[in-house]
Design a protein around this ligand. Structure first.
Ligand SMILES: C=C(O[C@H]1C=CC=C(C(=O)O)[C@@H]1O)C(=O)O
Length: 394
């Protein structure tokens, strides 16, 4: 029984096989739903459109859009329910899966040793049987279990049904402020976050940070950056000399896992706001693909043995017009008359996700491979990651 009206509307939309997306951002308590009134497919061609974007791992494939102007927007205040907690789901990853993945990782390490690339992210897709594939129930369980993730449910009858709870932001732009992150390196969370990281994970994450800085520098403009400056005050920005602020590597928790993260921010100048060059330069980052990008991507497409589709793609609000009152100080009556309008994009990397197809759940999980990887441990890492989704299955 779906008692809540918000969730009932999603269910009706799904029953009528009409497109919708529902999502909650990590820093909010509001769940938003966009319900499209017909089943027409819309595309994003150059990221100038306005709507909820759903982009694949491989940018050669179509990027879909649920345009704001074609959707009814509904919202709901998130109140944590009691549907989280260990599920009854029995975890038996198949042996053939393990052999295939270990073999794949070994091939990746060989290619690295032969100088083909420095890092590659190798993944697998696991089909899991569950007694409840209702997307609205699964969405509710994801919301309850992962309150600090970007949690979503995306459906289009002509494309498919995807859900996830991702810890990774690809890009967030609010007005002139651009924020992103390098997230990589994994260990199991065992009660403490002040853990020691091995050189392998530090290097794997540093590759992502360096790639993002270098590609922002090229796509946004000439820049300089300083490590560890995010806490300090922002220096004044010269129009032709962008300053990229980069935090130290630090540990963050995502469900049963810990990752290494670096926050990266910069101020855009007018004339550098087109999203396409930035997204083309960044996506897919070495957190989900590898370095150098094209060689790693070719290796993935050739060897993984399944199409990633939207796993490791990105999704979120694109060019949303946000209006705010400039000044809430009652005495400053004159300024109250002016509203401030900003264009906002909040895009997330589609990780810790599942696709529901023919009443089966397909879980997508991967991990970064470097010269120091151990194939057995890389397999274990994907098992840990798969538990994030399995925890909401019954
Ligand atoms: C590719 C995935 O995670 C990425 C994000 C964080 C840590 C990762 C890692 O340790 O390999 C991956 O780069 C995934 O969850 O499928």
């Amino acid at each position: 029984m779906l008692s809540d009206y918000f969730f009932e509307q999603l269910q009706v939309q799904f029953d009528h096989q009409l497109p919708f997306v529902a999502f909650k951002k990590p820093d909010t308590t509001v769940i938003k739903g966009l319900l499209q009134e017909d089943d027409q497919l819309h595309y994003s061609l150059d990221f100038t459109e306005s709507g909820f974007v759903f982009a694949p791992f491989d940018s050669e494939n179509d990027t879909f859009l649920l345009p704001f102007e074609n959707a009814s927007i509904i919202t709901h205040d998130f109140v944590k329910g009691n549907s989280n907690g260990p599920s009854n789901h029995i975890d038996h990853s198949k042996n053939e899966q393990k052999e295939f993945h270990i073999d794949l990782v070994q091939k990746g390490i060989e290619a690295i040793n032969q100088g083909s690339f420095k890092k590659v992210v190798l993944s697998r897709c696991e089909a899991v049987e569950t007694s409840d594939t209702n997307p609205i129930n699964l969405f509710k369980r994801l919301l309850d279990t992962y309150p600090t993730a970007f949690v979503y449910c995306w459906y289009h009858p002509k494309v498919g049904l995807w859900l996830g709870a991702t810890p990774e932001t690809l890009l967030s732009i609010r007005g002139n402020r651009l924020k992103t992150m390098a997230l990589a390196g994994t260990q199991a969370f065992e009660g403490a976050t002040d853990v020691v990281w091995k050189e392998k994970e530090r290097e794997e994450q540093q590759i992502v940070t360096d790639f993002i800085i270098e590609n922002l520098r090229e796509s946004v403009g000439r820049s300089q950056y300083s490590v560890g400056s995010l806490q300090s005050s922002v220096a004044s920005v010269h129009s032709s000399d962008l300053k990229i602020e980069v935090s130290e590597q630090h540990t963050v928790r995502a469900g049963n896992l810990l990752h290494l993260k670096t926050d990266i921010e910069l101020q855009l100048t007018s004339g550098t706001k087109a999203l396409k060059p930035i997204l083309d330069a960044l996506h897919p980052t070495p957190a989900v693909c590898g370095f150098p990008k094209h060689r790693a991507k070719n290796f993935i497409i050739e060897h993984e043995g399944y199409p990633r589709e939207f796993y490791a793609g990105f999704l979120g609000e694109l060019n949303l017009k946000e209006s705010r009152t400039r000044n809430t100080n009652r005495r400053n009556v004159e300024n109250n008359a002016y509203g401030v309008s900003k264009t906002v994009s909040n895009l997330y990397v589609n990780l810790r996700c599942m696709q529901i197809k023919n009443d089966t759940v397909q879980i997508y999980v991967g991990g970064g491979i470097t010269k120091d990887s151990d194939a057995e441990l890389e397999w274990e890492e994907t098992v840990h990651k798969s538990q994030i989704i399995k925890r909401v299955l019954i």
